[in-house]
Design a protein around this ligand. Structure first.
Ligand SMILES: NC(=O)c1ccc[n+]([C@@H]2O[C@H](COP(=O)([O-])OP(=O)(O)OC[C@H]3O[C@@H](n4cnc5c(N)ncnc54)[C@H](OP(=O)(O)O)[C@@H]3O)[C@@H](O)[C@H]2O)c1
Length: 239
């Protein structure tokens, strides 16, 4: 039977690479995101189907269920990003609160709402992967804290769904270029500062992250669950 996959934030960067790889492996793939035109263009390019909605808005997630697959074998919660990069530095407590809530909504609620909505449609032996970040263990304020929350939620969900053979994991990238995350191309100076001192001396690509995600979403990865897998060239050591 053809496997069905939903990749949130699949219009760009890491999500696009994951979706393209799943298509190559023969899955029926739905990509989601808020920008309809961009999503439609990406879907046509990689051979997926586009469903546009805001993953952090409960009403939009609920409404999207009508056009999402009735059985889901693979769910990749990839939508998110650091909201601090998209606004001026907070000037008072109200700004601080807004930024923390924005990062929580963008990175935690987007994954929790989509997964909760699709949970009744997850096939036995389904695979759920959420994209975390090296920031969860390193800092980065409200963004890192939100990505850390993803790890705790994933551990819980792995136990809740494990009896049905469903695995739930986090793939945690380090600095990954060729995405919209940094809002443009990195200067050499900025790249050096961001990349720190990884064992392999380079930043990551969406393809690096996609290969870890597609391994974890494969039928063969059925005994790996509740884990956080770093894809960071050794910039953060997990052991
Ligand atoms: N690039 C890195 O260095 C890096 C490192 C660690 C972790 N990550 C994580 O990797 C994931 C993918 O990011 P990326 O690097 O590939 O950057 P990206 O190119 O900005 O991709 C993020 C995607 O998520 C979508 N999105 C964001 N919020 C959404 C929402 N509320 N509802 C629906 N879609 C939403 C965006 O599309 P729309 O704007 O059209 O909605 C976009 O396509 C994110 O979770 C990010 O935090 C990235």
């Amino acid at each position: 039977m053809t496997r069905t996959a939903v990749v949130t934030g699949g219009g760009t960067g890491i999500g696009k690479a994951v979706a393209a790889e799943l298509v190559k492996q023969g899955a029926d793939v739905v990509i989601t995101g808020r920008r309809t035109d961009l999503l439609t263009a990406t879907a046509a390019e990689i051979g997926a189907r586009a469903v546009a909605f805001d993953a952090a808005d409960p009403a939009q997630v609920q409404a999207a269920l009508a056009t999402l697959p009735s059985r889901v074998d693979v769910l990749v919660n990839n939508a998110g990003g650091n909201q601090a990069r998209r606004r001026p530095a907070p000037e008072g407590l109200a700004d601080v609160r807004d930024l923390w809530l924005a990062n929580f909504e963008s990175n935690v609620l987007s994954a929790v709402l989509v997964t909760t909505a699709l949970e009744p449609r997850l096939a036995d032996d389904a695979r759920v992967v959420t994209i975390g970040s090296i920031a969860a263990r390193r800092g980065s304020g409200s963004y890192g804290a939100a990505k850390a929350a993803i790890e705790a939620w994933t551990a819980d969900l792995a136990f809740a769904l494990g009896g049905r053979g469903i695995t739930v994991n986090v793939v945690s990238p380090g600095v990954t270029e060729e995405t919209e995350f940094f809002g443009g191309t990195l200067s050499e100076e900025r790249r050096k500062k961001l990349v720190g001192n990884p064992a392999n001396g380079r930043t990551g690509t969406p393809a690096d992250v996609a290969s870890a995600v597609t391994f974890l979403t494969s039928p063969e990865a059925g005994h790996i669950t509740g884990q956080v897998i770093g894809v960071n060239g050794g910039a953060g050591l997990g052991r």
